[in-house]
Structure formats: C-alpha cells, structure tokens
Design a protein around this ligand. Structure first.
Ligand SMILES: *Cc1c(COP(=O)(O)O)cnc(C)c1O
Ligand SMILES: [Zn+2]
Length: 419
C-alpha cells in the first residue's frame, strides 16, 4: 500500500487508511483523501511532467492510485480554448473555455472521476462496479468498465434523456431505471453498497472518485502556463467538481508548481434545481434541498452531498453563485456553438449562461483571466434544443432549384453572389 495518502474525516480529522468507505464512523461526516505533501514533493517535480503524454495520468503522483497502477487508457487532456468572439461580445480580455465536452472516452468530465474510482475498485478487488447517475456518470462507468473487464450495474432516474441511456446501454452495462429522482436513486445505492460487495463509484468509492476531478484543475493551471486564473465558473450538481478544482489549485501552490494567488470560485446551477446557488445568494449556513425541475438533467441533484463545502468555498473565495432558467440555458448552448464552435449539453448551457449573468453583474471584470468549465457534450442532450432547429425544406438536385431557393431565402443578395 502507498504511504503518501489515506482517507481522513473532513470534520473530526480521524484517519481511516485506504478502504471502500465514504463516511467517518465516529462523526458521520464525509471522508476525503489526504496526502503527505512533504513526501510528495520528493516523489515528483513539475519538470518530470514534460516527458509525459498530455492526459490526466501525467499527474498520477497527485492521485490516490495503487503503487502497481497501470493506466489502461488516455482519459482527460482536453483543450483550453482561448475565446475570441464571445470574449469580445462580453467585453472580456482573457476568457477561456476548458472543454471537457471532448473528454475521452465518454464525452464528459465524469470520465476523470470514473478513472480514479475504477483504479480503487481494482485495488479493493471488486468485480462489479456501478453508480447512481444523472446520466454522464453512467456513461463513463459503462465505457470504462467495458474496457477494463468489470461488470457494470448503473442506477438512473427512469425519465433520463434517451441519448444518455443509449450511451450507457451500448457498452453492455446493466441499467436499472428507478421511478424517482436522483436523490431517491442515490439513497437506494447507499443501501445497495451496504448489502452487496460492489464498488459504487460515487457511494462507497466516493473519496477516490472525487479526486479524479482535480485533474480538470491541474490541466487548467498547466495550460495557462503554470498559473492560476482570477476566476473559474463551474457547474454544480453534487458540488464536488468545484471543491476539487479548488483542492487542485491549493496543491499546486503547496508543491510550488504555481504562484499563490486569490482565485474566485463561481458556481453555476439551473434555476429549476439550485439548492447551492440559492444557499449562496441567501447566505444560508445549510442549503435547503429542492425537488429538481429543469432540462439540465445532469445537474439535477436536489440534495447535493458536497453542497455545504461548495457554499463555503464560494463564499470564502469572494466568488458568487447564480442560476439560469431553461430558456436561458437553450440560448447559451446556441451562443457558445455559434461563437466558439463548442457544442455543449445543457450543463454547459448553464455554465455559459451563468457566466454571461456574472459579467452583467460586473462580478467578472474585463482584465481578469476567467476560465469557464464546459463539462459535457451537446450530442447527448439534443432533445433540449431540437425545437429550435426545425428541418428545412428539401429541394430538387438542380441548379435552378437551388437558385430559386436562394432567391426565396435571401432575396436580391442571391443575385449578386452569381458569377
Ligand atoms: C456531474 C456533472 C457536473 C457536476 O458535478 P458535481 O461534481 O456533482 O458537482 C457538471 N457537469 C456535468 C456535465 C456533469 O455530468
Ligand atoms: Zn469524523
């Protein structure tokens, strides 16, 4: 067993070694992976990374992987896109999109968390893995379980988007549809993890799972030339990703890989499921759980496990949280596609829409470096925008038909385009 990390209670600080457990049995608070940064500093230097491929495994020493771990596929390593058109439109000078819509293998940032969770599943000798999911997590578990030879059994709300269900089924995973919302599914999974010897990635393997999110943050810092941004805008479901990007930045400072600087964390939710942004806006200590009702299904968690930590982080960083309505989500999906050529799912519409709102509120300023986290792919939620793009009229395969079509569409400008 590795000596440089182990599970530690986030509240009472008691350590629990390395085991498939997510709660402290003394105080029932969540566990997280704690590292011995003094020995980490000796094990790895920033310069070591130069010779490695650009994917999440280049940061292996900073992840809770077993000593004999062998990476089986290249997860992560996604583009940081410097925005031109949207930056100009919003009046920003240094705007970037971290594009996990093209994360390998299943086109969302959930590939990162599943990669570290399955490394833990193998180490703890589970042969069946699974999850409770709002869609993307099931896709990622199914894909990576297939590749690595685990049996997969995933639990989802019965009314998920058809494309998200299909994107799980194709890998051969068993899909259990539950009549209920995500919070019902998650409660059931906690009972299943107690009863069955299964590795449920976001339940009994949750501390190892959530560490995978850190690589989204490491990549942002490295792609900015080993520097931290002034602002990050992060979509929130369970509230894990936003807190893990913060952990990643803290670790890079601790290791001396980037210079310390204040980073404001901005959280994004859909108005139809906004317990965390509501908690920030109303300055609550403890958020109020909600019953989700939004097209942003991947963010529809009414009782977020890491909600209190997300609220605390956002508040202490000097950031803010906002939410946008379903029509605003659709508009933002179109805007991001038309300006930056990035087709994101509803969660990305939430993040882009909230960013626009934050710029309008002057919470994000023109000179600052702002990174917007795009976490999932638009091809999975086409139903949400299909009504915006009705099929156009078909024409005969003849030049005169095309000219007539152009005249009808464009009027006189069509004539001037002719030779
Ligand atoms: C799960 C998910 C999130 C949020 O993740 P949390 O860590 O639970 O806050 C964001 N975007 C997409 C596309 C997701 O699938
Ligand atoms: Zn405890």
């Amino acid at each position: 067993m590795s000596l440089h990390y182990e599970l530690r209670c986030r509240e009472c600080g008691k350590t629990w070694g390395n085991a498939p457990r997510s709660f402290c049995e003394d105080c029932f608070s969540p566990l997280e992976v704690a590292y011995d940064y003094v020995s980490l500093k000796k094990i790895v230097r920033r310069e070591n990374l130069a010779a490695r491929y650009f994917n999440m495994w280049r940061y292996s020493e900073l992840l809770p992987l077993p000593d004999d771990f062998v990476a089986r596929s290249a997860v992560g390593g996604t583009p940081l896109v410097a925005s031109r058109k949207l930056a100009a439109k919003w009046g920003l000078k240094n705007l970037y999109f971290k594009n996990d819509a093209v994360c390998f293998p299943s086109l969302s940032f959930k590939d990162r968390v599943v990669a570290t969770a399955l490394a833990a599943a193998r180490r703890f000798n589970f042969t069946t893995v699974g999850c409770s999911s709002t869609g993307n997590l099931a896709n990622a578990v199914a894909a990576q379980a297939a590749q690595q030879g685990f049996d997969a059994c995933v639990f989802i709300p019965a009314d998920l988007e058809p494309a998200k269900v299909l994107n799980t089924a194709v890998y051969g995973a068993r899909i259990v549809r539950i009549n209920g919302n995500y919070d019902h599914v998650n409660r059931l999974c906690a009972q299943i993890a107690d009863r069955f010897q299964w590795g449920l990635v976001n339940v009994n393997l949750r501390p190892y799972y959530s560490e995978g999110s850190k690589t989204h943050g490491y990549e942002i810092a490295e792609q900015l030339g080993w520097a931290l941004p002034d602002n990050v805008v992060v979509p929130m479901a369970g509230g894990s990703l936003i807190t893990k990007i913060a952990k990643a930045f803290r670790e890079l400072v601790m290791l001396g890989w980037v210079e310390a600087k204040p980073v404001k964390f901005f959280g994004a939710q859909a108005t139809g499921c906004s317990p965390i942004s509501d908690g920030v806006k109303r300055n609550l200590q403890r958020f109020e759980p909600q019953k989700p009702n939004t097209i942003a299904r991947s963010l529809a968690i009414g009782n977020p496990a890491d909600g209190p930590y997300a609220i605390k982080l956002i508040r202490e960083s000097g950031g803010w949280a906002e939410d946008v309505s379903d029509p605003q989500i659709v508009d933002a999906i179109k805007l991001l596609a038309e300006t930056e050529g990035i087709f994101t799912e509803t969660a990305g519409g939430v993040t882009a829409g909230v960013t626009q709102k934050l710029v309008g509120q002057n919470r994000i300023k023109p000179e600052e470096t702002t990174v917007v986290c795009i976490t999932g792919n638009g091809l999975k939620t086409t139903d949400a925008i299909a009504a915006e793009f009705p099929a156009t009229e078909a024409i005969a395969p003849r030049l005169d038909a095309f000219e007539a079509y152009l005249d009808a569409q464009l009027g006189t400008t069509a004539a001037s385009a002719r030779a």
